[in-house]
Design a protein around this ligand. Structure first.
Ligand code: B12
Ligand code: SF4
Length: 483
């Protein structure tokens, strides 16, 4: 069969984080707002993988992303809908508002009423409000389930019989998602499906995480690709499209040291790659591993530090205390890696005093950049909610436990950002989402860009506090140079 299938993604920021994100959005959007496409990241990996897999199976799949924020793309979407595609599949990896998925569904229905609507990704899986009326919902990774659903629809078989499908109007699947296919059988994403191949992309070396920290929605099931398959994809990206910059999406790139070392050896031998990854601080304690990462072209590592309080780290089941956090950071810093630390504010047990411990920790941590993210119930399955830890109750938009509410945590995180930003000797406040803006591949120029950009944001806030319009304008000029 050769059916036209559209794969659609409209990325947006989460309304829950609007307050803390204002640290970045206020200076960037102030006065003469920057066009949104400046922040349009690389094409989403999930969408690209699904389109590649469908095409491999003989369908004609086209991925389109961020069409509501780019005039040219919305015209391409309208033209694609005029061809009356068989199905339009909406991704909710980074779509958080029901109005957005509903708007995409309305557009599809208006221009091509007979097109089947399908939605998938973590947003729709965790939040039923993101499932547009009349759409089939696909749970879990889509590489096997989506083609099976499309085949059932085309052949007139009962789609509800496909494991992992919630039919329109239902609330649960008749059968749970089938186990994913072996990771090494996944295709290499076809970045040529876009009008221009991206210069930097995401790479998925593993899925899920073997741990299950109390706040985390991303723990199970864990599966990794072999080092050989990951290296082959990276070389394919380079040879086919000249892509040398990438970010690993793995929850802990250093978690399996033998595999990480094998990937690093391959990258070092080839040379010329520049990349970032997530890693746990305790995984970076393996002797020689941080140095191997650096030699292989790793520029920045994102670490989930979460808290400066040992009691809270234990409550979160982080499996790593302050001491190991500091040691892991020191080891990575010694190897010359740039380091970003993410902290969660408001986990059950958080008080003003534990938040003060976190601030003190951030100051002495040795991290280059930090961010304070209010605790959010991203999925109903997170361990803290399942165990009603500290009396935790609520959902994605608001929660409460015995020591804090989501409103208090949001205010606390904003105060912590302000506090660290006002301290010239503390690490810089940075957003992970902005790291894709910097493209230097040399040893020093990437670090210089990251630090100069975020330093300019800090100067803008200092000028704002001082009421200096000239200072704000000068700082703005400085960070605009990087965009
Ligand atoms: C890279 C990344 C980012 C990058 C995005 C860069 C880019 N455009 O690629 C940056 C740093 C910008 C980012 C930001 C944020 N992110 Co983010 N991010 C990720 C991360 C690490 C990888 C995403 C990825 O590429 N995965 C690999 C692909 C293959 O998987 P996938 O997208 O899930 O797709 C698969 C399935 O979900 C499914 N699927 C997906 N869509 C569809 C559609 C259909 C029709 C079907 C059938 C199946 C299907 O099939 C796909 C293939 O198997 C994930 C965690 C993770 N490791 O997945 C978090 C994650 C997606 N991010 C998340 C969040 C919350 C955010 C932020 C709100 C964080 C914040 N505090 O601000 C911001 C908001 C985004 C924004 N625009 O500002 C959450 C999403 C939660 C949700 N959807 O409810 C995740 C899951 C992390 C988490 N554990 O909570 N993020
Ligand atoms: S916070 Fe990190 S280590 Fe903990 S479960 Fe989530 S991905 Fe795994």
């Amino acid at each position: 069969m050769s059916l036209d299938i559209l794969l659609l993604s409209q990325e947006e920021t989460h309304p829950f984080y609007a307050g803390v994100n204002a640290y970045f959005t206020a200076p960037l959007l102030e006065g003469d707002p920057l066009p949104l496409e400046k922040f349009s990241a690389a094409p989403p990996l999930g969408l690209t993988l699904l389109a590649t897999e469908l095409n491999r199976r003989g369908l004609a799949a086209l991925p389109l992303y961020n069409f509501f924020s780019r005039e040219k793309e919305v015209r391409r979407l309208a033209a694609a809908l005029e061809r009356r595609p068989f199905a339009a599949c909406i991704s909710t990896t980074h779509t958080f508002r029901p109005e957005t998925t509903a708007a995409i569904a309305d557009l599809v229905r208006r221009l091509s009423p007979d097109t089947a609507l399908i939605v998938g990704g973590p947003g729709a899986e965790w939040n039923p409000a993101l499932r547009p009326a009349g759409a089939y919902t696909v749970l879990g990774p889509g590489e096997e389930t989506l083609p099976a659903l499309i085949a059932a629809l085309e052949e007139g078989r009962d789609p509800a019989a496909v494991p992992g499908i919630i039919p329109p109007g239902a609330t649960a699947p008749a059968a749970p998602p089938a186990p994913s296919a072996a990771m090494d059988s996944l295709p290499f994403p076809d970045w040529g499906l876009y009008p221009a191949a991206p210069s930097g992309v995401a790479v998925q070396g593993s899925r899920g995480c073997p741990r299950s920290c109390g706040f985390c929605s991303y723990s199970a099931p864990y599966a990794a690709r072999s080092a050989g398959a990951v290296l082959a994809e990276l070389r394919h990206n380079r040879d086919r499209w000249g892509i040398r910059r990438f970010r690993f999406t793995d929850s802990d790139f250093a978690g399996d040291p033998a595999r990480a070392l094998e990937i690093c050896r391959g990258l070092e031998a080839d040379g010329g790659f520049a990349w970032t990854c997530f890693a746990r601080a305790d995984s970076l304690l393996r002797p020689g591993l941080p140095e191997a990462l650096r030699r292989a072209g790793c520029q920045w590592v994102f670490i989930g530090v979460e808290s400066g309080s040992d009691a809270l780290l234990a409550a979160m089941d982080k499996g790593c205390g302050r001491g190991e956090m500091l040691a892991g950071i020191a080891a990575a810093k010694g190897a010359g890696l740039g380091l970003h630390g993410n902290f969660v504010v408001g986990y059950p047990g958080e008080t003003k005093s534990t938040a003060a411990e976190t601030l003190a920790f951030a100051r002495v941590s040795g991290l280059d950049t930090v961010y304070f993210s209010p605790f959010q119930i991203r999925s109903p399955g997170i361990p803290a909610l399942a165990g009603a830890q500290g009396g935790l109750c609520g959902g994605e938009g608001a929660w409460e436990h015995s020591t804090m509410s989501s409103a208090a945590a949001l205010a606390c995180a904003e105060d912590m950002i302000e506090d660290i930003s006002a301290d010239g000797s503390a690490p810089l406040i940075a957003s992970e989402a902005l790291f894709s803006l910097f493209s230097g591949t040399g040893a020093g120029d990437y670090r210089e860009s990251v630090m100069d950009f975020h330093g300019a944001l800090r100067s803008w806030h200092a000028a704002r506090r001082a009421g200096s319009a000239t200072g704000m304008a000068e700082a703005r000029k400085r960070f605009l140079r990087h965009l």
